[in-house]
Structures are given as C-alpha cells and as structure tokens.
Write a protein that binds this ligand. Sequence first.
Ligand SMILES: Cc1ncc(C[n+]2csc(CCOP(=O)(O)OP(=O)(O)O)c2C)c(N)n1
Ligand SMILES: [Mg+2]
Length: 694
Amino acid sequence: MAFPHPPEILAARDLRVAELETNSAEALLRVYAWMFYARTTDNHILELFRQGLLKGTVTGGQGNEGMIVPLALLADKDLDVVCFTHRDLGGHLIWGGHLCNHLDQYFANSGSPTKAREGNIHHGDPANRSIPMISHLGIMCSTVAGATDSQRRQGRPAVGFAFFGDGASSTGDVHESMNLASLMSLPVVFVIENNGYAYSTPVSEQFAPGTELYRRAAGYGMEGFTVDGTDVEACARVLGEAIDKVRATSRPVLVEAHIVRLRGHAAYDTGDYLKPGESEALFARDPLPRLRKKLAFWIDSARIDAMEEEINSYVERCIQISLPVSRPDPEGMEADLFAPVQPPIPWIPSLDSVPLPDDGAPHAKADVPPEILTMAQALTRGLRKILSERPESLVLGQDIGTYGGAFRVTEGLLKDFGRPRVLNTPLAESACTGYSIGLALGGHRPIEEFQFADFATEAVTQITLNAATMHFRSGAACPLVLRLPCGGGVGLGSFHSQELESLFLSMPGLKALYPSTPQDAFNAILAAYEDDNPVLLFEHKGLYRRGKHPVSWDPNYRDIWKPRRLRIGDFATLVTYGEMAHLATDACNFLATEYDVAFDVFDLRALAPLQLDAIEESLSRTNRLVVLHEGRRTHGFGAELVAQLTERQFRSLQAPPLRIGSMDLPVPFAAELEAAFRPARDGVIERIVEWGQF
Ligand SMILES: Cc1ncc(C[n+]2csc(CCOP(=O)(O)OP(=O)(O)O)c2C)c(N)n1
Ligand SMILES: [Mg+2]
C-alpha cells in the first residue's frame, strides 16, 4: 500500500539558529510540529503496546523532544553522524525515512528496517550515518566518534552526536570515548540526556551529591555546558552555537541536557518509586505545552489546532498501514549473518608495492624470488602492502607508532605512512574498537592491534555485540581486522597468554584466521583485510620469530579460508591449528618412525567460518579423529570440532575421538608449570599412543 504523504510542515527537516532571530515564530512552529509529531507517535506506540499489538521494551521519548528535536533539526543530515538512543524517536523521525517504516520497526513486521531482527527503536540508517544503537549503554559513543572521523578523513566537515543518559554516564565506555575524542580532536557533541533517572535509579544513587556531569568535560580537556531541555528556544540557540563551533574547531564538547522523563522507564514501568507529587512536577515542566503556550502569543491557535489534527490523523493513518503488514520471514536469516564475499582487491602481484619516485604510483616488482621472513616480518610486509595500496586502510593500537608495537610488527610504518594512518591509541580497548567500528561503517578499513589478545576481553561488547551483529541487524558491512597476539609458552602468565578463540567464536558474526607459517600469515592479513566482516586474526606469539621461511606473492591467498593438509596418512585424522600445527607435525613424524602409523594432519587456518569438507572426507577414510589445540579443553574449540566432524559419521568411527588441549586452569606463570599446563610434544605422543593402542 502507498504510504501517505506527510503534513506539509514536516517537509522541512532543518533549523538554523539565525531563523530564531528573523523568523522565530515560524521556526518555532516547525520545531513544535516535529515535537508534537514525535510525542503523538510515542503516545500511540505506548497505546499499541498496552493493547498487545506490539511487543518488547517500549521506552518512550515523552519529555525528551525539547532537546532531541531542535538538535536533530540543527544537525546536517547530509553530513553528520548520529546514534540515537532509546529516548530519541524525534531524532529518528527527523533524520529520515517514512513513519510507516519506523512503525514497521516497532511492529517487528516484514517491512522493518532491521528485518525485525532488532526491536523497537534499535534501528538506524547506516547509509545515512545514523548508526543503530545496541542496548549496551555507552558503547555507541566511540562508534559515533569513529564514523565522524571517517567523514573528516574524507574531507567532509561532519559533526558527530553521541547521546547517553545520566545512568549511562557511569559506564566506562563513555569516559574512554570522551578522552579519545578530545585526544584526537574529533568533532563530537556528547549529549547527556539527564532525566534524573536510570530505570528506577535516581541520580542520587548514580553519582555523588553535587556532581554536575557537564563539569566532567574539563577532566578531558574539552568544553562542557548545560542546557535546559524543557526550554526549547533557549536549548536550540545554545545547541546551534555549539554545533557551529564544533564544526569549525573540530573540538568535542559535552552538553548536559536537563530533561524530563514523563512516562517512566518503559511501558511496563509503574513508577512506584516516584515520590508523591513528583510525576505532576515533571509534567509541569513538559516542554511541549510550554512551547505551545509561547507560540500562542504569535500564532493563531486555530492554526496550531489544525496542524495538530493533521499530524495526529497522519500518524493514525500510518499505523493503519503498518498494522496489517505481514510478519517477518525467518528465510534468509543465516545468509545475512555475514556481509557477502566480495571480489578480491586488485592487489599488485608482489610482496610489496614499490612507489616510483616520479609519480608516486605503486608498481609491481617483476620476477621476485621468495623472501625469507619470520612470521612477524611477513605480517609487517602485509601491513605495508595494505597501507601502500589501499587509501582506506589504517592501522591502530597501543605503542604501534614509533615503538613499532610490542612485537615490532608495525615497525617503520609510522615513519612511512604518517600519523593519521598509523595511530598510537590510548589504553582504551573498548572505545578504540568502537572507534574502529565507526571508521569501518564510514568506508574505512581499520586494522587494530591488541597489544596482547588477552586485552581484547576489554572490548568484548564492541567485538561480539556491536561489530559482529552489525550486518545481521542493519545490513551494513563492518570490515575490521583485529590482530590478536595470543598463546602461551613464552612465560607470560595468565594475562598475556590466552587462547580466546572459543570465547569469541561462541558468538555469531565473527570470522577468524589463525595462521601458523609466515606465508599463511601474509596471506591471512590480505584475506582478512579484504573481507567485509570483522575478522579476528590470531597471531601466536611463539611463532612470530620461530625461524625464517620463504614468503612470496600468492595469487591464491584466499585459500587461507580453507584447511591445509600438512601430512597424508590413513590411521587417523588429526586436526589442529596455530603453534600446535608444528607440534602435531613433530609428533606425527615420531609416530610414523616409531610405530609406523601415518596421520592425515590438517592445519585448520580458518576457525570461522569452518570449512570442514576436506577433513570430513579424510575422516570417512580414517574413521579416527584427534583434535589438538592450545586452548583449554573444557568448552574448548576442539569440542565444537569433534561435534561437527563426527555428527555425520559417528557410527563409522573406530575409536572415540581424542581431544587434547590445555588444562582447565588459568595459564600459570613459571616455565615448569606452564609446560605442564599446555600440550607438549611428549605428552601429546603419549596420549595418542595410549588412545591408538599401538
Ligand atoms: C551497560 C548496560 N547496563 C544495563 C542496561 C539496562 N538498562 C537499560 S536502560 C537502563 C537505564 C538507563 O538510564 P539512563 O542512561 O539514564 O537513560 P534513560 O533511560 O534514563 O534515558 C538500564 C539500566 C543497559 N542497557 N546497558
Ligand atoms: Mg536517565
């Protein structure tokens, strides 16, 4: 059915501060119209929830319109970046899209912009720089910062708007993000929507008495101020000036907007915790009637009445259109988990790309023999190639600049490619990952180095819930390489030795590569780079400098997504990856010599998505399976491998699958303890001999 045409007054989605001087009545009438529209829609949504016609957590924006509407009207919808919160329906309506589509989102029907995969107000419009929120509060601030920086890096004078509540102001991500934005001079307007409550928790239980949130700005070296979100005109003026200033100076600001939450936390909130008279006091500050009263001085009230009537009937008509839209179809859900595979990047077919001095364009080196490199050097060469040939690439992480990274993999890159593209980051893994996600949404392709894989636990929400779910819920690609120096055996103890693949890969939406040779590492970084999804690149620290091996340009670098057969045999199929691939080869050499048994050995290389065809085929011949990895055994990745590999041929197995991993303990520090903790050559041989009954 055709969508109805919106009322004429809603055709204009902009506001200039100057209009408040020259034509203030008409400008404020426009603001009022949008506020009334947002309020009416929110009220209808609440009613629909009460009638059982829509589900989920309906967090209305009633009371919030006095700030969000002028702000969204003032923002440049062709340039700026936003991530609206659960109180910002007014912002969504102004940013774009037809009301029917927004309502489809609430009805979670087949017309929903998230294909009904996300509820209520968790939608956005990534193509138009409205980034969909995730529930985890505070998390989106850094993504806004990254997407804004992406715009700036492409020469567009964008401003980003990051919203969070008084409750969310306590999250670490908000602080990490403000520090990052200030440090990097990113033009972000951080807006605290202070409505006095986080669910039922009053601000008196959120921060110490006397705290004025906007003053926190000073601690980050940025400007901070308050606005009264119930006084729309004043709010619009202050916000307008602030936005202009941020746009001109590229310095972030922190705005604390004092607003009211008129309808409790969500539709189901009974508000029992409010003090007597408190609700009435909130309604007395409602910005909507306040502005209406002001307008009535200048504008004939019959005109306002008529406008309200027109908006209300428009909203009702849209509801009638969205209500009967068909329910969503589960078909296609799995296909949408990952962004589709794209054609390969036309890389220059050589290890590196050598710019000629005269025109600066990259040219291929002809007929170059393989180079003999460590895995660390191969990765450096991969990064260098990417930075040389791909202007949208950048590399970031702690100490990766002058120092060259904890493992010297980024050595020399800062000198050759300069700061905007080789970026030392502060100690803020979560915000830096959110920032990378924002860059990725804006068209960049960041490669983020975690100093040690262990510290990626600081960014679990960003990685597994923000980045990994992005395509499924919004259709937007999130190309991101997360480099994770992992693994033990180097005497670094519990917090610098983890194997985290099973932790991360139990969440959907992440790809993962785990190379075990310099050539595979070079191929892996190119393949990961050109993938349109977040890719974890596990780099075992023990392999960075374990000998030098030939590395050359490999036109089949994408084969890294498939396992590689390391040995051919018929006694059993052994599946492994990472450093254990070397140990497995050693152990199998020994077993071949001593016991005359040959193993079909596979280096998995890609942990997600798993491509197990060749291994399944092997198992159908050998009928015996050994899985060996360095990660812990319980809940380890091997459990998944055993399950997937044997479920189709369980009945033909001639032995129970053997699963070898580390002990179910934190990684111990002393060399003797760590040696007992991890699979080691002799222990692995012993286990296999016992299992194989040779
Ligand atoms: C990190 C995190 N913890 C808990 C929640 C559950 N939760 C959802 S909304 C909310 C209150 C948020 O309060 P505030 O930030 O002040 O925003 P408001 O709802 O008042 O606009 C809470 C605790 C969440 N979404 N995210
Ligand atoms: Mg609040």
